[in-house]
Design a protein around this ligand. Structure first.
Ligand code: BGC
Length: 742
């Protein structure tokens, strides 16, 4: 399936010269080879804004990058549940890249949020592969339509920062296929990204950048990827093994590259010129992406886009007594340092240098002035400081005088970033204390949160009336939050990850961040809500949860078949409240069919729809064969098990609104029986099974259920030896032959 690029322009160029194209020229640029018409292209982070360094270069964002719009990070886009929102971001970022002469944007990041502690969760979308894949594909299509390419990252199973350069993610095959690879698969097969970035970590002991199974067998041969595989920055240790595995471009380059190893391997015959040519041809094809058109970016227009995207992302978690939206004429006390110094983006390579940032406090004051709302402000705490009694006292006094206290709390950049993981999901204790004291003093209390990874709401949740989880909303987030608080925008974000009651309840808890160089993905496919919903473990807020100022009803669900093992769900939804709003239809599939344990339900489709008050719409969600399939490790492919399936339309992963059943034909995976196959497997074999009792001479014999159960786990060879029965070898042989042709 792998596409081959034209190698003709490379004729006559020495192997050594070509080998030098296999690593970058410096931190951000590739090598040029003018004789062959290959231009140097430039790359820049990242997923939610450009970190283009035309001055000093570095990896850690120690040096400032050129000014660029800071859009909402992945955590926010995930919460939008909206491919159109991801696409708006992609398109805007694509234009900024073109304007700054950036040919490849290093994003999107579609890794699964396996643990809430991962320091880079702010950059990733979700704990669910469907949602991550749909958003990543929409982003990629829209960005690349503007000219530049993307680098979908970090491929693969890079789900923590602790020891990220050396850790081995030990993941079983089904879990890789069902949880950690599908978002990449969707982006690659549906959106054709220019490049894929191989991650730092190892997968089952083999470095991603040296992993031939991952980079060639899965990515190219199965998924048909024909772009460039680029290493994460400094991820390559053994360049020759990486090249053989399918890693085309090592980044960065210059003194940090390993071209000499490639040249030496060419001399010794360890690799051939054609190995080099294949990668060089792909790099040459990438170089043709070089952006040439002169694009200018309207900074104000992009600021407005950043605000509009942010409006889609904030999640209203709680709204008792309909305290929100803030009514006209109310007296509001804004409390918390984050109102004046908002946390709006993450730290590390994704860090953006925005031209301006909306302050929630300013935006609240501006709208309040128009609505006859009076606003007082007290910081209450410093962003990362210890408790300050004077600040607390002022805040409580302000809360007492107000009808509604709005507390802006959250995590500072020091507490979460690329490069390290958190060890707690708690808010800093001075903030928790302040929230409780304010809630005790104020008539009504609203908490607005700013954090990249989820935070615990325990210890204060029940004491406040409303919680608006903003996550990180980019440079326009301050305005978007104010719009939502005053009801100018109806909140429509939903959680893309579960908020547990305590960290210890989380399925990753026992195996994070690993030890002695290995992290065992012990929860298997039961990641995030798949575990919570299956085990019945209570959570604070489930995956998919999100409130609105209006009310929606899911009125009807019907299923039509579109093929042997595929269907479409038709879901009728209505806005039954008195405001326009956006509703997210969430469709999950469940089954107990087949030989593997399935999560109680899995998200297989979603759509965000705008509904006017009183409006009803029917939303169609496609459920292709893959929506019903599991990865069968014996067959080495996706299999739909024959049997009964349930389609649940849900408000969140735990709350089913409508349900419908269907039976699928599926396929029995033929098991080839041998003398070393357990007798139980012989019994269950769909074709041969009914004849096994007879062949063994057990029909009518006085065998109890318990004895049969014991026999079932013996291999056929062991059973024949132990039973002393006179069993015809020819008859068994005939059954084995029949099992192979099944
Ligand atoms: C990060 C990548 C980033 C690259 C370039 C690496 O450390 O893991 O996500 O694109 O640096 O800055």
């Amino acid at each position: 399936m792998t596409a081959h690029h034209d190698t003709a322009p490379l004729a006559g160029i020495s192997a050594e010269r070509k080998a030098r194209l296999l690593s970058g020229r410096n931190f951000w640029k590739t090598e040029a080879l003018e004789e062959a018409g290959i231009a140097a292209i430039s790359m820049a982070d990242g997923p939610y804004g450009l970190r283009h360094q035309s001055g000093r270069h570095d990896n850690l964002a120690l040096f400032d990058s050129d000014k660029a719009t800071c859009f909402p990070p992945g955590v926010a886009i995930g919460s939008s549940w909206d491919p159109d929102t991801a696409a708006r971001l992609g398109a805007a970022l694509g234009r900024e890249a073109a304007a700054q002469g950036v040919d490849v944007v290093l994003g999107p990041g579609v890794n699964i949020k396996r643990s809430p502690l991962c320091g880079r969760n702010f950059e990733y979308y979700s704990e669910d592969p469907h949602l991550s894949g749909v958003l990543g594909a929409a982003f990629t299509r829209a960005l690349q339509a503007e000219g530049p390419g993307v680098s979908v990252k970090h491929f693969a199973a890079n789900n923590q920062e602790t020891n990220r350069q050396t850790i081995s993610s030990d993941v079983d095959e089904r879990t890789l296929r069902e949880i950690y690879l599908p978002a990449f698969e969707r982006v690659v097969t549906e959106a054709r990204p220019a490049t894929v970035m191989a991650s730092y970590n190892k997968i089952n002991g083999v470095a991603a950048s040296e992993n031939r199974w991952l980079l060639t067998e899965v990515l190219r041969d199965e998924w048909g990827f024909d772009g460039v595989v680029v290493s994460d920055w400094s991820a390559v240790t053994d360049r020759v093994t990486a090249l053989k595995a399918g890693l085309d471009l090592e980044m960065p380059g210059g003194a940090m590259g390993h071209d000499a190893e490639v040249i030496e391997a060419l001399r010794s015959g360890d690799i051939s010129e054609s190995d080099v040519d294949a990668s060089v041809a792909r790099i040459a094809a990438l170089a043709r992406r070089k952006v040439t058109s002169a694009v200018t970016v309207d900074e104000d227009a992009h600021h407005e886009i950043a605000r509009q995207i942010a409006q889609e992302c904030a999640v209203l978690l709680r709204n008792e007594h309909q305290v929100l939206p803030i009514p006209a004429g109310a007296r509001v006390a804004v409390i918390g340092a984050f109102a004046g110094q908002p946390r709006y983006q993450g730290g590390g390579s994704a860090h953006v240098n925005p031209p301006r940032v909306d302050q929630p406090l300013d935006e609240i004051q501006a709208i309040a002035a128009e609505q006859g709302v009076t606003v007082s402000y007290a910081p209450g705490f410093t962003v990362d400081g210890p408790r300050d009694e004077r600040l607390v006292g002022d805040a409580i006094a302000a809360a007492r005088r107000a009808d509604i206290a709005v507390v802006f709390a959250g995590l500072s950049e020091e507490r979460e970033s690329e490069g390290f993981d958190r060890d707690t999901i708690d808010l800093p204790s001075p903030q928790v204390e302040l929230i409780r004291e304010v809630a005790a003093a104020a008539r009504r209390t609203v908490v607005v949160l700013a954090n990249g990874g989820i935070v615990s709401l325990e210890g204060w949740h029940d004491e406040v009336d409303a919680i608006l989880e903003g996550f990180l909303l980019g440079q326009g987030g301050g305005r978007a939050l104010a719009d939502i608080l005053f009801g100018r925008v109806n909140p429509s974000g939903h959680l893309a990850e579960t908020i547990p009651i305590q960290l210890q309840d989380h399925p990753s808890w026992l195996n994070f961040p690993g030890e002695q160089g290995h992290v065992r993905y012990g929860e298997g496919v039961l990641v995030g809500y798949r575990y919570f919903a299956t085990s019945g473990m209570p959570v604070r807020y489930p995956f998919g949860h999100g409130l609105s100022y209006t009310t929606f009803e899911t009125r009807a669900l019907s299923i039509t078949r579109t093929g042997v093992d595929s269907a479409t769900a038709h879901v009728e939804v209505a806005n039954t409240g008195d405001r326009a709003g956006k509703h997210v239809v969430q469709v999950y599939v469940s089954t107990e069919a087949g030989p593997v344990r399935r999560p109680v339900r899995e998200l297989r489709g979603c759509a965000k729809v705008q509904l006017e008050p009183g409006e009803t719409r029917t939303v169609e969600i496609d459920l292709p064969r893959r929506a019903f399939a599991y990865w069968d490790i014996a067959a080495g492919r996706w299999v739909v098990a024959p049997g009964d399936y349930r389609i649940d339309v849900c408000a969140d992963a735990n709350t089913v609104l409508r349900s419908s059943a269907l039976t699928l034909e599926g396929e029995h995976v033929a098991v080839e029986l041998t003398m070393d196959t357990p007798v139980g497997v012989w019994f269950e074999h769909p074709q041969v099974g009914p004849d096994v009792m007879d062949t063994l001479g057990l029909t009518g014999a006085p065998v109890t259920e318990e004895q049969l159960a014991m026999i079932a786990s013996m291999t056929m060879r062991q059973f024949i030896g132990i039973s002393g029965l006179d069993i015809s070898t020819d008859a068994l042989q005939a059954l084995m032959t029949a099992s192979r042709s099944a």
